[in-house]
Design a protein around this ligand. Structure first.
Ligand code: BDR
Ligand code: CA
Length: 330
């Protein structure tokens, strides 16, 4: 059983990632930590609680995290991608759940302290999966520089090595959300793997997959189907899934969970990495793919990290759908 803390800004594909991690029998989802990003921190935290409630897992703790980046001014949120409420305009205010009830209460600690405390309590056992801006992880690292030694691995949905960006020609949204944090995090010596647009743009979940979930995965499938309507429309309007013959969307954040569960479906490269934090390429991931001594001292103090470059998308999509259908909680 793999202990997981999922750092998230829910988010429609975040909702898919939460469901995936929650349902898989090899994962013990210890908690969600929330961060600004797709929506503001209040909505992200409310959505995390709501999604857990809707998936039958109100017992999973939520620790509220950062509201703004560590250095740069906040970017606009992405309601145009994820809906005004962040979950495809499916937040149902008529559903009676009490976020202040004991079983759904927010963790008393903030996200960074929660991550540190859990990592110390279970040294070497926790996989951190970060699918929003890396602010909470950077803050945790600042508070506890030994954090990389205390966790098993860090999996990051963010950045792109060669695939075009999704918010600028060279930049992916999570890294642009807090580029200073991303650069600090990639400078620490964890086993860290980037699941970026190089692979997530290849994992297009179609309406056929999503309908399969709606038809066969009860309330969990219905939540994924309903929340995905807005996201699929966005992707379709951008022609972003144009290599498909039917409506589809990229399931970015769920791909980071897939990397934990089926790592051999991915091909990776390794090298030291930086994230550009100002100028025209702000947010760009720069990964040294040559790996030779340039004769100068650039980046020699940076640890290698891994970046996924290939993926067996058919296998990942099947694994995601099968996991939800066969192991949903409700
Ligand atoms: C990432 O940005 C957000 O919109 C998604 O939730 C995902 O984490 C993709 O670039
Ligand atoms: Ca996200």
């Amino acid at each position: 059983m793999q202990k997981v803390i999922l750092d998230t800004d829910p988010g429609i594909d975040d909702t898919m990632a939460i469901a995936y991690a929650l349902c898989h029998p090899d994962i013990e989802l210890m908690g969600l930590t929330t961060v600004f990003g797709n929506v503001n921190i209040e909505k992200a935290t409310r959505n995390a609680q709501y999604v857990l409630h809707m998936l039958g897992a109100s017992n999973v703790k939520v620790a509220k995290g950062a509201a703004v980046p560590i250095v740069q001014d906040p970017m606009p949120h992405a309601e145009f991608v994820h809906g005004e409420d962040g979950i495809g305009n499916c937040f149902d205010t008529s559903i009676t759940y009490d976020p202040s009830a004991a079983h759904t209460t927010l963790h008393a600690q903030d996200a960074a302290d929660y991550i540190i405390e859990q990592a110390k309590r279970h040294p070497g056992e926790i996989t951190l999966i970060a699918v929003g801006p890396l602010t909470n992880i950077a803050i945790a690292l600042q508070r506890e520089p030994k954090l990389p030694d205390l966790v098993q691995q860090l999996i990051i949905m963010g950045g792109t090595v060669t695939e075009p960006g999704n918010v600028s020609p060279v930049t992916e949204a999570n890294f642009l959300g807090d580029p200073h944090a991303a650069d600090q995090v990639l400078g620490a010596a964890w086993p860290a793997t980037i699941v970026g647009l190089d692979v997530t743009h290849q994992i297009l979940i179609t309406d056929t997959h999503l309908k399969q979930l709606d038809d066969n995965a009860a309330k969990t499938g219905a939540l994924i189907w309903q929340t995905s309507r807005f996201y699929v429309d966005f992707y379709s309007s951008k022609g972003a899934a144009s290599n498909e013959r039917e409506p589809a969307c990229a399931m970015h954040d769920a791909a980071a969970v897939a990397y934990l569960l089926v790592p051999d479906a991915f091909g990776v490269i390794s090298g030291p990495a930086r994230v550009i934090h100002d100028g025209v390429a702000v947010g760009q991931l720069a990964l040294d793919r040559k790996g030779y001594d340039y004769g100068l001292a650039f980046w020699r103090d940076r640890p290698d990290c891994h970046a996924c470059m290939q993926v067996d998308d058919t296998r990942v999509l099947k694994h995601f759908v099968d996991t939800i259908v066969n192991h949903r909680l409700c």
